[in-house]
Design a protein around this ligand. Structure first.
Ligand SMILES: NC(=O)c1ccc[n+]([C@@H]2O[C@H](COP(=O)([O-])OP(=O)(O)OC[C@H]3O[C@@H](n4cnc5c(N)ncnc54)[C@H](OP(=O)(O)O)[C@@H]3O)[C@@H](O)[C@H]2O)c1
Length: 302
């Protein structure tokens, strides 16, 4: 396995592109969104992160997957290198974000994703969130059953605690963990989920690495980032991104850009520019403990 990236190790990943904001409220036009994705692919990004619920509401389900498929189909580079990670386990009634891990919902979502992506098997499916109204065992068992049926190659989890990952491992091999991680929200590092992913040789797909759309401006005055940005002469957002990237060789930041120029802040595969700051981990996250942590606060997911 190279670089701790597990099932993604055939790729040289620095970043993935998240399609959330290209698919939801305030999204750009489809041609503009495809231009952003193409720019990311041209820059060497090979991982696209989407979900069945990256859309405007129930009438628009699977929009993000259809967008990813169209972008890949119309790109003129090496399409076979691109990996699409999708998710199931939420619903969008009236545009809200609501967990739904009922077995019948998960089965329907996976069939919809297969159709939207135009494949016979999903490369990777993550459970979007643990639905508190459905026994976790039932959600995990359903995903394992769908994998055994050949509909999913790799399974993973989002918005999870250590205990939930351990529980999932009894049903299937957890191939990826996707949690929030940034200089604003360090819980996954301090509570040991980042370290657990490394132990499992599973990539840790970090989301809201810039704090997410709502908090992205707070990075500008973040006390951890400001001195790093000044010392290395990069923007605070670039410094915040690289801090996450430096959290471990298995950590892949997902960037949520909707503008082409933002993509250029993502380090290129293999050869990050020499000006990127290195060895920032001790300064910002500390060493990652293997703590047995309480369940994470999962109030907001998308
Ligand atoms: N599993 C989950 O529950 C979950 C939850 C949230 C997100 N995610 C995934 O993670 C991805 C990223 O999440 P996110 O979009 O919330 O977080 P984010 O990348 O932290 O934030 C996106 C915001 O950052 C801005 N931005 C990007 N690059 C920038 C730069 N270089 N300088 C200044 N601003 C910059 C974007 O602006 P512009 O729009 O102007 O480009 C956008 O407003 C999502 O697309 C999704 O795939 C998963």
């Amino acid at each position: 396995m190279s670089g701790g990236l597990g099932f993604l190790s055939s790729l040289d990943l620095r970043c993935g592109l998240g399609l959330l904001r290209l698919s939801t409220e305030g999204r750009p036009t489809e041609p503009d969104a495809i231009a952003v994705i193409h720019h990311a692919l041209d820059r060497g990004i090979r991982l696209l992160d989407t979900a069945d619920v990256y859309c405007l509401g129930e009438a628009d389900l699977h929009y993000g997957e259809r967008l990813a498929r169209k972008a890949v189909d119309t790109w003129h580079g090496p399409r076979e290198e691109i990996r699409i990670v999708t998710k199931a386990g939420l619903a969008r009634p009236k545009g809200r974000w609501v967990p739904n891990g009922r077995p019948e919902h998960l089965r329907k979502a996976v069939d919809g994703s297969l159709q939207a992506l135009g494949v016979e098997q999903l490369f990777a499916l993550l459970l979007h969130a643990n639905d508190p109204r459905t026994p976790f065992e039932d959600q995990l068992g359903t995903l394992a059953e769908l994998q055994r049926a050949g509909k999913i190659a790799h399974l993973g989890l989002c918005n999870v605690s250590i205990a939930e990952v351990r529980q999932a491992q009894r049903h299937f091999s957890v191939s990826a963990i996707q949690n929030e991680l940034s200089v604003i929200d360090r819980k996954s590092a301090t509570e040991g989920v980042v370290a657990l992913a490394a132990d499992l040789q599973a990539p840790f797909l970090a989301f809201r690495v810039l704090g997410g759309h709502a908090k992205v401006d707070t990075i500008l005055k973040n006390r951890a980032v400001a001195p790093i940005a000044a010392r290395h002469k990069v923007t605070p957002h670039e410094a915040a991104l690289v801090v996450v990237w430096e959290a471990g060789p298995h950590v892949v930041p997902l960037i949520g850009a909707t503008k082409i120029e933002r993509i250029d802040s993502c380090p290129r595969p293999r050869k990050p520019p020499p000006r990127w700051p290195h060895r920032l981990r001790p300064a910002v996250f500390g060493s990652f403990p293997r703590a047995r942590a309480p369940a994470m606060n999962r109030r907001s997911y998308c």
